[in-house]
Design a protein around this ligand. Structure first.
Ligand code: GLU
Length: 332
């Protein structure tokens, strides 16, 4: 198949940790618009691998809210599609196969060091979440030929599985942020693909699913920009095609923090309860991101024709606490 014949395929892949807020609705809207403007296929995928963080009912709520806003999709959890299942919690065998492939190409190794051990290697104190790049000296010098099979059949697994990264810079041209370059070996080094407690890492699951589902463009929030170089290395190691990336600016509250559960009044469900219409929300999102010159209610379908990445702004968006009242008035 020539490049020109590849059907554009986009996806929205929320973690079901709560309902949608304005930031997640923006990602859903723009990822949907880009695919619809190209006549491509849109996928809804549930990223529920991290069991304890999943809130029961949140996945359904997110889909329901996106539909209320006027979005639709061609493949997904309830409707199925050629790459079912679309819930990561049901795709363990796919992730295991990818690990096996990486083990046989010598890009995977077991690691018994805990976060605490690795933190102690840092020469100076840093913030709580900070870890030094994984030191290459800690890579096992040689692994038994069948180490991966043995690892899988043993009951006592006290190791995480790490990806052996390449040296050198990884670059990509982001549709919103421009050319980005990162040397993964200097920033994080060999990163975890399966945790010691057996949970697959986000990096692995997202890459395997994007490859297998034929995703050609990844649109998400700028908070995931620093995962992208890692994901590109992993895609290449698995023999997949690197998609186009677009990282949208984050929407932050008045104190400059990313919208989260604290900003209850800016969730789609709260806005709805306060009488804000879906077209008012879509109109506000389209205007704030740069797609329209005037703030006016609109259905997502009305934005398809004029959609252009050139108009999408890059800098952070601040919302004020009185946005719900503004939007409620505006819809009336
Ligand atoms: N599941 C991630 C989230 O909800 C998004 C992952 C992605 O788009 O790559 O933030």
């Amino acid at each position: 198949m020539s490049l020109a014949e590849v059907q554009p395929r986009g996806r929205y892949a929320p973690s079901p940790t709560g309902g949608l807020h304005l930031g997640s609705a923006l990602v859903a809207l723009i990822s949907w618009l880009s695919v619809r403007a190209q006549g491509g296929a849109y996928i809804w995928r549930i990223e529920d691998i991290d069991g304890p963080r999943v809130i029961p009912g949140a996945a359904e709520q997110q889909m329901h809210e996106a539909q209320w806003l006027g979005l639709d999709w061609d493949e997904g959890p309830q409707i199925g599609g050629p790459y079912s299942p679309y819930e990561q919690s049901k795709r363990s065998s796919h992730y295991e196969r990818a690990l096996e492939q990486l083990a046989s190409s010598e890009r995977l190794f077991p690691c018994t060091f805990s976060r605490k051990d690795l933190k102690e290697l840092a020469s100076a104190p840093h913030g709580n979440d900070w870890l030094p790049p994984y030191p290459t000296e800690l890579r096992p010098k040689q692994l038994p030929v069948k180490w991966f099979e043995e690892f899988n059949s043993s009951d006592e697994r006290d190791s995480a599985l790490r990806f052996r990264v390449d040296e050198g810079a990884t670059s990509f041209r982001d549709l919103v942020q421009g050319v980005m370059t990162e040397s993964v070996s200097d920033t994080v080094g060999d990163f975890v693909l399966k945790r010691r407690d057996g949970v697959f890492a986000y990096q692995l699951a997202v890459v395997v699913d994007d490859i297998e589902m034929g995703v050609t463009e990844v649109v998400r929030g700028a908070d995931l920009l620093d995962s992208t170089a890692r994901q590109i290395q992993l895609i290449q190691a698995l023999g997949g095609s690197v998609p186009t990336y677009a990282h949208l600016p984050l929407i932050v509250d008045e104190i400059g923090e990313k919208l989260s559960k604290r900003n209850e009044s800016l969730t789609i469900s709260q806005l709805r309860t306060q009488g804000v219409s879906p077209s008012a929300i879509v109109g506000w999102l389209a205007n704030i991101i740069g797609l329209t010159d005037e703030l006016q209610p609109i259905h997502p379908n009305g934005l398809i024709e004029a959609f252009s990445w050139d108009r999408v702004r890059r800098d952070e968006i601040t919302v004020s606490d009185d946005l719900p009242e503004q939007l409620a008035r505006f819809a009336a």
